[in-house]
Design a binder for this molecule. Structure first.
Ligand code: ADP
Length: 575
C-alpha cells in the first residue's frame, strides 16, 4: 500500500496535474478579468443607453404635456380671443418643437433609435415639417387683416342749402365694448348683431324766419347725402368681411393641421422610444445574466481547481515527509559507511608507511654497496616509485584524518627556519630519484619563532614539492622562501615552488584545486595520485588565512606561490 502511494509514475501524473491545474487557474483568472472589464463595459454601455431612453421617455411625456397645454391655450383663446392665450399656445408649441429637436439630436448619435424611428415614422411625418407648420401658423397670426378706415360723415362735402343754418354734428357710440380683431372677425362671420353702434346727431339752428317747406327739402338732401356715405361704408365692411373670412378659414385649417401633425409625431416618438427602451431592457437583462453566469461558472471552476490543487499539495507534502524520513535514514547510513571507509583507509595508509620506509632503507643500502651503474639507475626508479607510494599513503592518511577532524589549526611553538629546513631535508632524497636539480633560496630569518601548526605546514610543502618532482624529470625545482611582517603579532611566509616539468594545460588550471581532479598530463607520467593533494593544500592555506595561486605553461613548467600567516606571539589569537 505504502509503495503504491509512493509510486513514481503516480507522482509524475500528480506533478503534471498540478501544473495543468495552475495553468487552468491562470486561464480562469484571465477570463474572469476579461468578463469583468470587457463584458462589464458592454453592460455599462447598455445601461447608459437605457438611462438615455428613460430621459427620452421623459421628453415624450413632456411633449405630450406641451401638446395638451397648446390645445388648452388654443381653446381658451377661441373663447377669450386674448392675445396672451395665443402667445401661450405658441410657447407650448415651441417647447414641443424643442423636445422633438432633442430627440432628433439623440437619434443622430444612436443608430438603434434611428432604426426604431424609421420603422414607425411615415413619410408625411417629419419634424422639419412641424417647424414649417408652426412658422406658417405663427406668421398668419402676426399678419392681422387690414383695418377698416372709419370715415366720419362730413356734411360739408355734400351739397346742401344749410348756409343760413348753423349746423352741428355729434357722433355717439353705444356702451357695448369694442372687441379685438379676431372677435370682430368672428362676429362678422357668425353674423352676431351685438356690434358697437354709432349714431350721428345733426343740429340746425337758424336765426332767420323758418320756411318749413324749405327745411324739409334741405333735410331730404341731407339724409340722401348721409345714405350715400353710409352705403359706401357698409360695402367696404362687407368686402373686408369676406376677405377676412377666407384668411380665417386658412388660419383655422393650419391650426387643426398642426394639432393633428403634432399628435402624430408624438405618437410616433412615443412608440419608437418605447420599443427602443424595451429592446435595451431586454438586452441589458440578457447581458447581465450572461455576465453573472460566466462569473458563477468561473468561480465554481476556480473552487474546484483550488480543491484539486489543495489535494495534490497535500499529497506532495505527505510524500515529501516520507522521502525526508527516508533521506535522513539513508544519510545516516552513508555517514556510517563513510566513517567506516575512512577508518579502513586510515588503517591501510598508516600500516603501509612502515614497510615502505623499510624498503627505502634497503634500497639505500643496496645503492651504496653496488658499483653497477645500471643497477643504480634501477634502484633510483624503484626508490621514486616507493617514495611516491609513501607520500601518497601519507596524503590519504592526512586526508581521511582531515575529513573527520574539525577543520582548525593545532598550534605549537617552533622555529620557522628549522622546521622548514627539516621538511626540505626529508624530501630531498625523494627529489633526487628523478634526477632533478633542487635549488633552495631560504630567506627566512634565523630566529623567527612562531606559534602555529607545523604539521599542516609540512603537508603543504610535501604535497607541492611532491607534485613538482612527480611531473618533472631531469629538470630543476626551485624553492624560494621569505617572510614579511603583517602586524605586530603576525608574519607572512611567502613560498614559491617552480619546476621545469610537463606543465598544466589552460583548461585544467581552473579546476586544479577541486577534489579528485587530475589534469590531462597526469596520464603521461607515472602518476600514482588520487587528485586530492592540491585540494588539501587549498583547504590548509585557507585555515592559515592565506592565499595560493598557480601559473603554468604546458611542457615549460609550473609555478605555485602561496602565502600563509603565522602568529609570532604565543599569546596571540590570529590563527
Ligand atoms: P595528484 O594526486 O593527481 O597529484 P593533485 O591534487 O596533487 O593530485 O594534483 C592535481 C593535478 O594537478 C595533477 O593530477 C596534475 O595533473 C596537476 N599538477 C599538480 N602539480 C603539478 C605540477 N607541478 N606540474 C604539472 N602538473 C601538476
Amino acid at each position: 500500500m505504502k509503495n503504491k502511494f509512493l509510486n513514481f509514475k503516480l507522482r509524475k501524473v500528480v506533478h503534471y496535474s498540478l501544473i495543468i491545474c495552475i495553468l487552468l487557474i491562470q486561464v480562469i483568472i484571465a477570463i474572469f478579468f476579461y468578463n469583468e472589464f470587457v463584458n462589464g463595459k458592454k453592460l455599462e454601455f447598455i445601461k447608459n443607453q437605457l438611462e438615455d431612453s428613460r430621459a427620452l421617455g421623459k421628453l415624450t411625456d413632456n411633449s405630450r404635456k406641451d401638446f395638451m397645454d397648446a390645445q388648452n391655450h388654443f381653446q381658451k383663446y377661441m373663447v377669450t380671443q386674448d392675445d396672451k392665450d395665443l402667445q401661450s399656445y405658441f410657447q407650448s408649441l415651441k417647447n414641443l418643437k424643442i423636445n422633438f429637436d432633442k430627440i432628433n439630436d439623440y437619434e443622430n448619435t444612436s443608430p438603434r433609435l434611428k432604426k426604431n424611428l424609421a420603422q414607425h415614422i411615415k413619410d408625411t411625418l417629419q419634424t422639419a415639417k412641424l417647424k414649417t407648420l408652426i412658422d406658417s401658423v405663427y406668421q398668419s397670426s402676426l399678419n392681422p387683416p387690414a383695418k377698416i378706415q372709419d370715415k366720419k360723415f362730413e356734411p360739408e362735402k355734400y351739397k346742401n342749402d344749410f348756409e343760413d343754418f348753423n349746423v352741428q354734428t355729434h357722433t355717439y357710440a353705444d356702451t357695448i365694448k369694442k372687441k379685438g380683431f379676431f372677435g370682430r372677425l368672428k362676429d362678422a362671420v357668425t353674423g352676431k348683431v351685438n356690434v358697437q353702434k354709432e349714431s350721428t346727431v345733426i343740429t340746425l339752428t337758424n336765426n332767420k324766419t323758418i320756411d318749413l317747406s324749405q327745411v324739409k327739402s334741405k333735410m331730404d338732401n341731407t339724409i340722401k347725402s348721409m345714405d350715400k356715405h353710409y352705403a359706401a361704408e357698409v360695402k367696404k365692411v362687407q368686402l373686408y368681411a369676406v376677405q377676412n373670412q377666407r384668411d380665417n378659414m386658412q388660419f383655422y385649417s393650419n391650426f387643426s393641421k398642426l394639432l393633428i401633425y403634432s399628435n402624430g409625431l408624438i405618437e410616433v416618438y412615443e412608440s419608437a422610444i418605447k420599443d427602443f427602451k424595451s429592446e435595451l431592457e431586454k438586452e441589458y437583462n440578457q447581458q447581465s445574466s450572461d455576465n453573472n453566469k460566466i462569473r458563477t461558472y468561473l468561480v465554481l471552476g476556480l473552487m474546484v481547481l483550488m480543491f484539486i490543487v489543495s489535494i495534490l499539495i497535500m499529497y506532495f507534502t505527505r510524500v515529501a515527509f516520507i522521502y525526508e524520513r527516508k533521506l535522513n535514514a539513508a544519510n545516516e547510513e552513508i555517514k556510517k559507511n563513510l566513517n567506516f571507509k575512512n577508518r579502513i583507509l586510515g588503517m591501510l595508509s598508516h600500516d603501509l608507511r612502515s614497510p615502505l620506509k623499510i624498503i627505502n632503507i634497503f634500497i639505500d643500502k643496496i645503492y651504496r654497496s653496488t658499483k653497477d651503474e645500471t643497477i643504480k639507475d634501477y634502484l633510483k626508479s624503484i626508490k621514486f616509485t616507493n617514495s611516491t607510494l609513501l607520500l601518497q599513503s601519507n596524503q590519504i592518511l592526512e586526508y581521511t584524518k582531515n575529513q573527520d577532524a574539525e577543520k582548525r589549526l593545532i598550534q605549537s611553538v617552533f622555529n620557522l627556519k628549522d622546521e622548514i629546513g627539516s621538511i626540505v631535508k626529508v624530501i630531498t632524497p625523494y627529489l633526487e630519484t628523478r634526477n632533478n636539480k633542487f635549488v633552495i633560496t631560504d630567506r627566512i630569518p634565523e630566529n623567527v619563532v612562531v606559534f602555529s601548526d607545523n604539521i599542516r605546514i609540512n603537508q603543504i610543502f610535501m604535497n607541492i614539492l611532491g607534485n613538482a618532482n612527480k611531473f618533472t624529470e631531469n629538470g630543476q625545482i626551485d624553492l624560494t622562501m621569505l617572510t614579511e611582517p603583517v602586524d605586530k603579532n603576525n608574519i607572512s611566509l611567502i613560498t614559491t615552488i617552480a619546476d621545469t616539468g610537463v606543465g598544466i594545460s589552460e583548461s585544467d588550471l581552473g579546476k586544479i584545486f577541486d577534489p579528485y581532479y587530475q589534469g590531462m598530463v597526469s596520464d603521461e607520467v607515472d602518476n600514482l595520485g588520487a587528485g586530492l593533494g592540491l585540494n588539501l593544500v587549498k583547504e590548509i592555506v585557507d585555515l592559515f588565512d592565506g592565499e595560493i595561486s598557480i601559473s603554468s605553461k604546458l611542457h615549460k613548467g609550473t609555478k605555485i606561490i602561496f602565502r600563509i600567516n603565522l602568529n609570532i606571539n604565543k599569546n596571540g589569537s590570529t590563527n
